[in-house]
Design a protein around this ligand. Structure first.
Ligand code: COA
Length: 700
């Protein structure tokens, strides 16, 4: 297959559907290619022949004598396949297909036919349903979007065409230069992962921005993303967060949106910076492309306004920015430049009385001291500060800080005089915002990326489980025509994975139940065992805390009666009698095979309110024990494991180990699609965690 290099730096390009009609996309494409300063050969193709924009038009691509790397197709959908066969005959390497009217409107077969043909003939397809490609390296604008695109160091990959075209406009206003922008459309062949591979290796691309609606091959995308974020920041906007949004995205692109919570977790695990809004995404890109990475986490706020200082402090907490708190050192650094009624505690408050000279001195002090790693400089318009100096000062300091590898971001707020500075500051690529929160969110994104880059790269770990035994249990259930395991089978799986469960026996009649209870020891729990009953308590199939023989006898009869009454056709195997485990911290752990991303593990607060509390964290599996610990810490339930109100710490290692085991089961036993333990009882250190209720589903 051809190298993507030839898509971004082709030696020659054909436009199939080139038109002399100024109103057509085929005209606009040729116009943009010629205007962008592309140095390769351009061949307009149209059976009418003639000329477009002074260029000779060839009736078919086969009439061109030269070799052609890229053939951009903008003719009606019904003619595209034929054009693709001619491209193949010509030996074209890439065919970006602008044309709409394929899988996005249900015409999947034609799209598949085109891609299969192209690939069988050594070509790759971009799209269909795209606005094109811009590549700064080749000075090539093969889009029908805006003509002038400022070259620079941010690359954009977008699934939405219209949004992509609008993004070009937005980057121009913000003076954000682009190294590339690519529309992936229906991504019938080339997808984000392919493009990322190229852009990650491209030295001219310093930051990548992606807009995604749905994902087709999630595991490969994640692999490329985790590799990529070791080299440069990747900012991602994924639409379809809400349930309704996900439905809109799914019908829009024909791709499954997948569960957003899992998407969020796994992309974060890969070090991707997910932005909720376009505004954040652009702000982060603008900042990250200009700023060096810091050497540490000590951030200082320097302000001439107390109020904005407080707001920035709040914002730092929200976005996880660490404010440097060593008071003596801060005093040492800033006391000379701070008035007596100001503050040298972070935020450094120079007060409204600060002059431009005072502000200059404070920025100089922050720059010079090695204990300070990043500065958030806030400016409120005051009458004492010579605002004519402001733009120059910001430009000078952003350059000085950059060469010292110390990030600085400005937030300036005020009236007309501030507004008039904005175009100049943008042109000079000074990192500034007019909103404090926006500025701090950029620093937060930078530190999220910094943490990812500096985190120890520990290898994924695993544990030994008896997967052959688990497969046997699953095979039996399959033979029985079931898509889930019964309780005692779940316990067999737990035993094979070495996770403790309550001691239990299957009783087929009343006498066996009484004997089982005596053997187990009181108090006991009884549960109905039936392949037709999945939700046991809903049909009166569970009795807890049975203290003696009489209670066991009554409960047995009550369970059978209730289940028979409510599900008369259910095949009842008997009743499971188990010992009642002591109360501990009730948590939920699970593992599943996600259709898009592969094995995922989960941890959260357990019990009956799981659905309501939604206190869960997810990770891709395999992973290290350290990462599992990080997952635990993300939840509100974690402090319960540390012990509250003088309680002793719980068996956290046992929880980590159990998660490791569930992940390994999902990884190795491919027939199992879902395991959930709720509750997993967690006791004090040294006492085994116990899986009280285990739910296991079998996949297709
Ligand atoms: N080879 C070369 N040229 C051909 C051709 C072929 N096999 N078949 C037709 N053409 C020519 C036509 O004669 C016409 O040229 P003309 O103006 O000289 O007559 C030109 O190609 C375009 O064909 P036309 O039939 O006029 O189509 P169009 O320009 O109205 O629409 C598309 C073509 C591709 C733009 C349209 O089908 C489409 O898909 N539009 C949506 C594009 C879009 O939004 N994409 C997603 C963006 S995110």
């Amino acid at each position: 297959m051809p190298n993507l290099h030839d898509l971004f730096e082709p030696r020659s390009i054909a436009v199939i559907g080139a038109s002399a009609d100024r109103g057509k996309i085929g005209y606009r494409l040729v116009e943009n290619i010629l205007a962008s300063g592309y140095r390769g050969e351009v061949y307009p193709i149209n059976p009418r022949g003639g000329e477009v924009l002074g260029r000779r038009v060839y009736p078919t691509i086969l009439d061109v004598e030269d070799e052609i790397d890229v053939a951009c197709i903008a003719i009606p959908a019904a003619s595209v396949f034929h054009a693709v066969t001619q491209c193949a005959q010509k030996g074209v390497k890439f065919v970006p297909i602008i044309t709409s009217g394929f899988s996005e409107v249900g015409n999947l077969e034609e799209e598949k036919r085109i891609v299969a043909y192209a690939r069988a003939h050594g070509m790759r397809v971009l799209g269909p349903n795209i606005f094109g490609v811009y590549s700064a390296k080749a000075s090539l604008n093969t889009t029908f979007g805006p003509r002038d695109i400022q070259p620079g160091h941010v690359a954009i990959i977008t699934q939405s065409g219209a949004l992509g075209i609008a993004m070009i406009g937005k980057t121009a206003v913000e003076e954000i230069g682009l190294s590339a922008i690519v529309s992936v459309g229906n991504k019938a062949d080339i997808d984000e992962a392919d493009l990322l591979d190229y852009l990650i290796a491209d030295d001219d691309t310093h930051v990548i921005l992606m807009y995604i609606e749905g994902i087709k091959t999630g595991d490969r995308l994640l692999e490329v993303l985790s590799g990529g974020t070791q080299h440069k920041p990747i900012v991602l906007i994924k639409a379809g967060r809400s349930e309704r949004g996900a439905v809109a995205a799914a019908s829009h692109t024909g791709a499954l949106a997948g569960s957003d919570v899992i998407f969020e977790a796994v992309t974060r695990q890969c070090g991707v910076l997910r932005a909720e809004s376009l505004r954040d995404a652009f702000a982060w890109c603008k900042f990250l492309v200009e700023t060096p990475l810091p050497s540490g986490e000590n951030t200082v706020i320097i302000t001439n306004g107390g109020g904005v200082g407080v707001m920035a402090t709040d914002a730092c907490e929200k976005y996880g920015v660490n404010l440097y708190g060593d008071r003596p050192t801060l005093k040492d650094i800033f006391s000379d430049v701070t008035p007596a009624f100001g503050s040298t505690q972070n935020p450094i408050d120079l007060t409204g009385q600060a002059t431009d000279a005072g502000y200059h001195a404070a920025l100089t002090a922050g720059l010079a001291h090695p204990a300070i790693h990043a500065v958030i400089a806030l400016y409120c318009e005051t009458m004492l500060f010579d605002i004519d100096q402001l733009a120059t000062m910001m430009t000078t300091f952003s350059a000085r800080y950059r060469s010292a590898h110390k990030p600085i971001i400005f937030s300036i707020f005020g009236g007309d005089r501030i507004e008039t500075l904005i175009p100049t500051l943008r042109k000079r690529h000074v990192p500034f915002f007019t909103d404090v929160y926006e500025a701090v969110s950029c620093v937060g994104a930078m530190y999220a990326y910094f943490h990812h880059r500096t985190a120890p790269a520990d290898a994924p770990e695993g544990v030994d489980i008896n997967s052959r035994r688990i497969d046997q249990v699953v095979d039996n259930a399959r033979r029985d025509g079931r898509g889930f395991l019964l309780a005692y089978e779940g316990q067999q799986v737990m035993a094979a994975a070495d996770i403790a469960t309550p001691q239990s026996h299957l009783a087929h009649n009343l006498d066996e139940a009484v004997a089982a209870a005596a053997a187990t020891g009181y108090p006991v729990v009884m549960k109905i065992v039936s392949k037709d009953i999945l939700h046991k308590s809903d049909v009166g199939g569970v009795a807890l805390d049975l203290d003696n023989r009489d209670e066991v006898m009554d409960a047995y009869q009550a369970i059978i009666r209730s289940c028979r009454a409510q599900q008369p056709h259910a095949m009842i195997e008997g009743v499971e009698v188990s010992n009642m485990v002591p109360r501990g911290v009730e948590i939920i752990i699970g593992a599943r095979r996600d259709a898009t991303f592969g094995p995922i593990v989960m941890f959260g607060l357990g019990g009956v309110y799981v659905e309501v509390m939604k206190d869960m964290a997810f990770r891709l599996f395999p992973l290290s024990r350290r990462e599992i610990m990080a997952m635990l810490k993300e939840t509100r339930a974690y402090p319960l494991l540390l012990g509250v109100r003088g309680e002793a710490q719980k068996n956290i290692d046992g929880v980590i180990e159990a998660i490791m085991k569930l992940g390994t089961v999902i990884q190795q036993c491919r027939q199992i699609s879902d395991i959930e333990i709720n509750p997993l009882m967690v006791y004090e250190q040294g006492i085994d965690v116990t899986a009280v209720d285990v739910r296991i589903l079998i996949g297709n």
